[in-house]
Design a protein around this ligand. Structure first.
Ligand SMILES: C[S@@+](CC[C@H](N)C(=O)[O-])C[C@H]1O[C@@H](n2cnc3c(N)ncnc32)[C@H](O)[C@@H]1O
Length: 288
């Protein structure tokens, strides 16, 4: 699959193959917010068709750190000028029109735009705040894009609609990174052993040692009676197994158990815990 020419992580080059075209934007703050939305997602090619006011203070204020996108924005007098050299034009609309056009949801539109951008420039066109794109403007587009919003309140703020499309392009780019393996950012990090976790996962031996120590501590503080266990240890096992402990967490927990045993007047350093190691050795808080 074609990998859209979006910037690599950590570089400041933009994908200029996919351009965002805003038609007759009346609030220049929205133009700034669009620039910000684009830059966040690695896009930088902004075209403005007859903006009411640009450049101005409001647009730069809303762009925050994306003023470079505004600096390089192209201002033109007609939609035709903005899309003249494009191989694919996709128009966005919050509502259906009298003459139906092929409509795509954002993920499919991003895929189509990305594929087409291998062959030339692609325009994603966004309409006026007050009344969107005219039927005539929409008929200049190969496809229409509809963000499937609440049918009873379907119109997004202009910059938010741009954000949705730029996000879809970004997701596609990240999924396609590195020969299809995708970006580590897309892989959820939820437990030790996942890429990016800072401590090695605890071994079964570590965790069993902890369970033995936990049971002993519960006996020492007279919370648990081995002759009447109910399901206490089963439930505690399930609790801690859900967490998939890492090595440091096991050390911290064992340090706490040792401290509790000492407070209860037991001497854990003179007794072997169930994993055969002295339960006080190396498990104090200072060792984690
Ligand atoms: C505030 S909306 C314009 C709403 C206008 N009253 C209308 O009905 O078309 C400004 C622009 O944001 C984009 N937009 C807003 N909501 C959208 C949606 N649900 N799907 C696709 N584009 C949307 C379109 O480009 C639209 O022209």
């Amino acid at each position: 699959m074609h990998n859209p020419a979006l910037p690599l992580e950590g570089t400041d080059t933009y994908n200029d193959r996919i351009r965002i075209v805003l038609v007759e934007t009346s609030h220049s703050g929205n133009i700034g917010a669009v620039a910000r939305a684009m830059k966040n997602m690695g896009l930088g090619n902004l075209w403005l068709v007859n903006p009411k006011s640009f450049p101005d203070e409001a647009s730069y204020a809303r762009a925050a750190g994306a003023s470079d996108v505004l600096d390089r924005a192209q201002v033109v007098g007609s939609l035709e000028e903005a899309i003249d050299d494009c191989v694919l034009v996709m128009g966005t609309s919050a509502r259906g029109r009298k003459v139906p056009w092929p409509v795509m949801p954002p993920p499919e539109a991003a895929e189509t735009a990305s594929q087409a951008s291998a062959g030339g420039s692609v325009a994603l066109v966004f309409g006026r705040e007050s009344n969107g794109l005219s039927n005539d403007e929409l008929q200049h587009c190969h496809h229409h894009i509809h963000i499937p919003s609440n049918p009873e309140y379907s119109s997004l703020n202009l910059a938010m609609a741009v954000q949705v499309m730029c996000y879809e392009l970004r997701m596609l780019y990240l999924r396609n990174l590195e020969g299809g393996e995708g970006s580590p950012y897309l892989k959820p990090m939820s437990a030790p052993g996942d890429a990016g976790w800072d401590v090695s996962p605890a071994s079964v031996r570590d965790v069993e040692g902890f369970f033995g120590h936990l049971e002993q501590m519960l006996v020492d503080v007279e919370f648990h009676r081995r002759e009447n266990p109910r399901q206490l240890m089963t439930r505690l096992r399930r609790l801690f197994q859900r967490a998939r402990l890492d090595q440091m967490e096991v050390n911290i927990l064992r340090g706490i158990l040792t401290a509790a045993q000492k407070a209860a007047g037991k001497a854990p350093n003179q007794r072997q815990s169930t994993d055969g190691e002295s339960s006080a050795t190396g498990q104090e808080e200072g060792h984690v």
